[in-house]
Design a protein around this ligand. Sequence first.
Ligand code: ADP
Length: 364
Amino acid sequence: MNLFKERDIFFENWLNSMPDGIIVVNNIGEIILFNKQAENLFGYTHQEIEGQKIDVLMPHTYRVAHEHHVANFLHSPSSRNMGESKKEFFGLRKNGTEFPVDISLNYIQTDSGKIAIASIRDITEKKEISQRLIDAMQVMQNANEQLEQFAYIASHDLQEPLKTISSLTELFSKEYKDKISGNGEKYLEFILKSSERMKMLIKGLLDYSKIGKDKQAELIDCTQLVNDVLADLGATIKQCNAHIQVQDLPVLNAYPIELRQLFQNLINNALKYKNKGVEPEVQINVEEQSKYWQFAVSDNGIGINESDKEKVFIIFKRLHNRNEYEGSGIGLSHCKKIAELHGGKIWLESTPTKGSTFYFTIKK
Ligand code: ADP
């Protein structure tokens, strides 16, 4: 049956200009209208297909289930997007090939009964793109896991020979104390100091690779956690006469060891990178957002140049040499990994010589 009449030219043009395939089915499952785009999708002309059962356009495996769906739909019709059911739907072309489709269903009550209007879109390209995205994410995840495994194994295995170097150097300097003089002593001291430093770097790398490995989230009172961190840093705080203000902090679900480390690194840096002769002012604030808790640790320290704002989060990256400020360049890379472990991120705002604010978010 062809619904189009001479006087319905406008309607026909409008229907055929639709980007989706439009198929109208009567209450016994017969196709009564098939627009241009549906012809392009399925390879049938509307003359060929109108009057046939809708099943013709479906792969055989869907046909039985579909009969129930049609009966249900016509019994209690409502507009629905079938893609929302998370099921995959396929169309069957005249040439026997199948293609993935999104289907939106609607209905109209007419004098001759209820009719269903299906709007059909070919999602082959959309599926290919999302599959490519899934594949790329998988590749990235594998690469990340391999990198972490590499960091773990490398740092673990590097510890042994280093221990041997340190202990043999100590033995050597003890046993040959009387025979070494002048530069010899200095060189041995350098070797020992460098070994100690390398030990610290390797430990940092090992700790980095372990972040979130045996993770166990629990409810944490952040006020208590920050107070504990401040107690641990008590000697430093006293020494530089720092003033610290902590806002009321929330109780939230997080990884306790990691979160503590995150606060500790940021507060420690806020005290360490202070302007000479200026007492550090440190503020710890929080802002509740719909999906995140956003924390801020601010200081009145030396600040960071705009061009270094991203670099400081790279492992082993330091902006100062060790004579100016002691450190290993690991702390902020840990912070970044910990924020990401909590579904959040970390960034900073800073004015050189005036101070910095490090922000990080924790997903609720
Ligand atoms: P470390 O402090 O051991 O060098 P971090 O990873 O914690 O390592 O920091 C990386 C670099 O970022 C530091 O070397 C320092 O130059 C800069 N930095 C970190 N925190 C601050 C801060 N609060 N104010 C100014 N510079 C900072």
